[in-house]
Design a binder for this molecule. Sequence first.
Ligand code: GTP
Length: 171
Amino acid sequence: GNSGRKAQVLCVGLDNSGKSTIINELKPKDTQAEDIVPTIGFTVEKFKSASVNFTVFDMSGQGKYRNLWEHYYREAQGIIFVLDSSDKLRMVVAKEEMELLLKHKEIASRCIPILVFANKMDLRDSISSVQCSKSLELEKIKDKPWHICASNALTGEGLHEGIEWLTDKLR
Ligand code: GTP
């Protein structure tokens, strides 16, 4: 039904990290897309967890669209940052994007929860969520609640744990 609270969250992270796949997996089965294609600009999606009706802005991670992210920071009550835990080559790029996010005035000035998915945990090359949190220097975040979960968007593993954490912080 339509009962429950509403929350608007922003999903960011590099291209190919799995943002759209994660959000698709969280949507009700009958509204899931069969094919996920790279996002152009952004798309708006909805799903429900516990009693919270989520509206998610799924931002494109491609370099040329990353400047769009900041325009949606102000409205966001929470951030989902998706990391490809097997993409060692671009770990430093992901860290830079996390840094830019955290120092942006609309984020730095507000105590909003940051949920990180260390996605693609199924891949042989993936590193653990602890290693991912070190790479992103998450322990430096002192003024906001943050949480990292290893996830596999193809099976849904780890996603609900993360969203439950976020739902709890949004109460
Ligand atoms: P942009 O829209 O370009 O920003 O990408 P995105 O972050 O939305 O990535 P998307 O969801 O399109 O996924 C990129 C590719 O990674 C697709 O081929 C997915 O099937 C694949 N993928 C996503 N999550 C996982 C995962 O947990 N494990 C594996 N093995 N592949 C995944």
